[in-house]
Design a protein around this ligand. Sequence first.
Ligand code: C2E
Ligand code: CA
Ligand code: CA
Length: 656
Amino acid sequence: MSNEPKQRRILIVDDQQEIHDTFERIFTEDHSEDSALTDFESRFLGEIAGTDESIDQGRLDPKYELQHATSGEQAIEIVRQSVKDDCPFAVAFVDMRMPQGLDGMETTEQLWTIDPNLQTVICTAYSDHIWENVLQRLGHNDRLLLLKKPFESDEARQLALALSEKGRISAAQKRKVLDLGREVERRRRAEESMREMAHRDALTQLPNRPYLIEKLTRLVNCHASERIPQDAVLFLDLDNFKIINDSLGHDAGDDLLNQVALRLKECVREHDTASRVSEEGETVRLGGDEFVVLLERLEDTQDAIAVAERIVTRVSEPFQLGDRLVNVGTSVGIAFIDHHVRDAHEALRNADTAMYRAKNSGKGTFAVFDKTMHEDIVARMEIENQLRRAISEEKFQLNYQPIVDLQAGVIQGVEVLIRWNSDDGRAVSPSIFVPMIEEIGLISQVGEWVLETSMRDFAELISRIPEQYGRDIYLGVNVSRRQLSDPFFSQRLDEILERTGFDRQRLKLEMNESSDTRGSEQALDTMLDLHASGIGIQIDDFGKGRSSLTCFQAYPIETVKIDRSFTASIATDHSHGVITQAIVQLAHHLNARIVAEGVESADQLESLRTWGCDSAQGYLFAPPLTCEALGKLLEDPLQSEGIRMLRQQARPVAVE
Ligand code: C2E
Ligand code: CA
Ligand code: CA
């Protein structure tokens, strides 16, 4: 609003001096007694302003500043200057007929190209250019009026007033639009910078997962039809990040992530995207050490491999964290984006899958995603879907495998083992589907179903058979570490015990000494709780993988189960024999019992007995059985080959 000119500028273009004089008189003399015009002016301005009161004096009696041009050419110069000086004319009165140089219409045409807002009045005394001609030439528009000579001074003043007012309003409007435009732009920028912030990882300042997904989505859409050059997604995580984070602290972990981010940026080109993607925890695995690099417009697929190699090499160089040098490695999964890829998540998943393949084939390397990996995933997803359905419909069966006391040759307990058939009727091993249930987060639900169902069925079975066969037999149930990490596990177990009326002294929980230490404190608390309440705790799978003798000190253990892979070699591998003996002694020293799993042969049985192993389980005694078959075996234990052997070797046993 501020730069509205104080005086309204009028340009007179005419080759005759008298006309200029006339205009001068009309616009500079006092016309306040001229009532007709004043009346017109007040009515005209009143309509525009809305109310009579709001008309300010300047607008009711505007001041005009006249400029004079005696030819079209001169007028053009003057208008050009006025535009340059940002004090444009409100109105130009242009004579139609100027014999030398440009005529009125040509002049007007040119003036409009310089100042498109210029309101123009063409003055004509001749009939050679009638209005139609003018319109034809200059086009219909609202910037043009025609004034016939000779004209009354009122006419000229009315035109000047109306046109200049119109120009003023439209200029004000334009300024408003301009201001609005600026405001819109300002807000757009503010929004953009907010978006930018929302799209950055707060720690490393790299683009984050939402940003990456957005960008990937765009890329994937481009690939709906085949696209060359190629784009690739590189997925990586750090090999020792957890250890560093846990041992050196989170600040060191953050420092490391920042340094990795810098190195990643060094390894890629300007238009590639290195991002950190972990915070949403969209994959099942959580952790802050996952990075994704997006390589766009690759000339050659080999280029992606070259970048992956560069990243592997660069990240394997030591990092300076505080005053230490730390070695961290990475494995990289590469997935190309082609028209098979349906969405951004699939592209990421493919790269993630390839990364896992890389990891499993030895750390510090890369792998390229291929179709077979894809098929593995599809198969796995199919199983996962079926499994979800099975969980909601409780379509599992339970088998029971006897555990035999090697001294007495009697069944002292059973282990309940879950069974599931996929839709094609084939039995899927629990070693495959139990970890899947854990991964999809439903292990508590399924685990509790196993607990409740086995307690009920087993209690029912025991109540059915004659008392002398089954009074003291315990029920062993596998529980996964994740179940024990649930702070409400004990409470819900109590509820199950209550509902089923099962004697808690006859329940033993088997848990494996896994390498997964997540939630281990909670798990330990739970175990102490359970132990205090009289439930036995068994360590499963001892001797497999990472389990160590240290677990004897950490947990309140009643029984240690030697893993079947270990049992398999005791009779043949001398060193295993020595170790087994040591384990047995140590366990006994700590008042724990030893159960050997997977006993299949007489030789194994013989060795175990000699070394003082307390109990055994395995095909030599019985495979996992249905509840009914178990009932029969309990009533007639000599069906079991292993039990027969024990009884033949041992002194005659008192019971049965
Ligand atoms: P596990 O606890 O070590 O169970 C013993 C496994 O050894 C069972 O495999 C059993 O069928 C098998 N087995 C028994 N005797 C022999 C033998 O003489 N030779 C050989 N080679 N194997 C024998 P299964 O039933 O396939 O179970 C595999 C694993 O799945 C179990 O290993 C356990 O870790 C897990 N699992 C089974 N049921 C459940 C459950 O209800 N909950 C949880 N959390 N895990 C379960
Ligand atoms: Ca077990
Ligand atoms: Ca085991």
